[in-house]
Design a protein around this ligand. Structure first.
Ligand code: UDP
Ligand code: MG
Length: 310
């Protein structure tokens, strides 16, 4: 009998949890050939999420939980859940029912019978999402796939069912700056994609602001591509070549026509322009150095305050 672990990161999800649990009970009743464990990761919620989870645990021993000492972010919650999981197959699922648990049986059959290592999901539209956000998300995927060897799938969700072998590979990735979408791709294995229509969250509200997403995408770029560093060097080379041409031109001009002092506006423009490019490139460098700095500290990715007692 196969055991399936469901990893559910929760941050202030008191409103969504009852709906989710109800759905999980329904799905697990249908999949009666498999056993389940529902691992709720309380990511430092400030509402009643932990109380609700504990209450569920009292009624249902399949419910397990890990509670963080503060909010560490969804990436940390996913990792904690994967580490805590004991099942032969593990699925990550959002607490807000944007990942329909009903798909699990289909995913399980596919992984079992078609011998995939992973069944991943994507949404084939971005219905109900702000237009600007969709636009930038699309640009991000386009750019990422151009500059990184790790190809990301547009609209990919974190909702996926994986074999124990793949889960172990993910847990073994020691990096501090975790960008899961990239990590899932990076470890390889046979992945089957299934898609479904975008579903809006059942209750509560999204934890992502526009800028939150923006910095998260930067995380992805720096974690899975060093191309920006090459671009910075290219700028350097380009300006060096331009300067060679300019030096030649200016020296020749001075020798022929002398040196009437003028050209304040052009000088200022050039200073601003080159100065801007330099700061931009320094910024790129800074991004990589700061990540290196964080990695070398070897801080734990999360601190657990409490787990379920036997
Ligand atoms: N989440 C989390 N920690 C955070 C932010 C979010 O564990 O710091 C969880 C959240 O409870 C939810 C999932 O990650 O189960 C996805 O979050 P959300 O629905 O806000 O993101 P969206 O679906 O809008 O991308
Ligand atoms: Mg959501």
């Amino acid at each position: 009998m196969d055991k399936i672990s469901l990893v559910i990161p929760c941050y202030n999800e008191e409103q969504a949890l009852p709906f989710l649990y109800e759905e999980l009970v329904r799905v697990s009743a249908k999949m009666n050939q498999q056993t389940f464990e529902f691992i709720f990761i309380n990511d430092g919620s400030r509402d009643k999420t932990l109380d609700i989870v504990k209450e569920l645990r009292r009624k249902d021993k399949r419910v397990r939980f890990v509670s963080f000492s503060r909010n560490f972010g969804k990436e940390a919650a996913i990792l904690a859940g994967l580490k805590a999981s004991e099942g032969d197959y593990v699925a990550m699922i959002d607490a807000d029912l944007q990942d329909p648990p009903a798909l699990l049986s289909e995913m399980y059959i596919a992984i079992k019978e078609e011998s995939y290592d992973c069944i991943a999901t994507r949404r084939d539209d971005r219905k109900g999402e702000p237009i600007i956000r969709s636009f930038f998300a699309r640009q991000f995927y386009k750019m990422m796939n151009r500059i990184s060897d790790t190809k990301l799938v547009d609209g990919a969700r974190d909702f996926r069912l994986m074999t124990r072998q793949m889960v172990n590979a993910i847990i073994d990735m020691p990096e501090y700056n975790r960008f899961s979408k990239g990590i899932f791709q990076w470890v390889g294995f046979n992945t089957k994609w299934i898609s479904y229509e975008n579903i809006e969250r059942v209750a509560g509200e999204t934890k992502w602001s526009f800028w939150g997403l923006f910095f998260y995408s930067l995380e992805g770029v720096v974690a899975f591509s060093t191309r920006p560093l090459a671009i910075a060097s290219l700028f350097g080379l380009l300006f060096f070549l331009i300067s060679l041409v300019m030096i030649t031109v200016i020296i020749t001009k001075t020798l022929i026509w002398g040196d009437p002092v003028a050209g304040y506006p052009s000088t200022i423009c050039i200073i601003f322009f080159i100065g801007g490019i330099q700061l931009f490139c320094l910024g790129i460098l800074g991004q990589y150095i700061s990540r290196t700095y964080l990695e070398t500290k070897h801080r734990p990715l999360f601190v657990i305050k409490e787990t379920e007692q036997e």
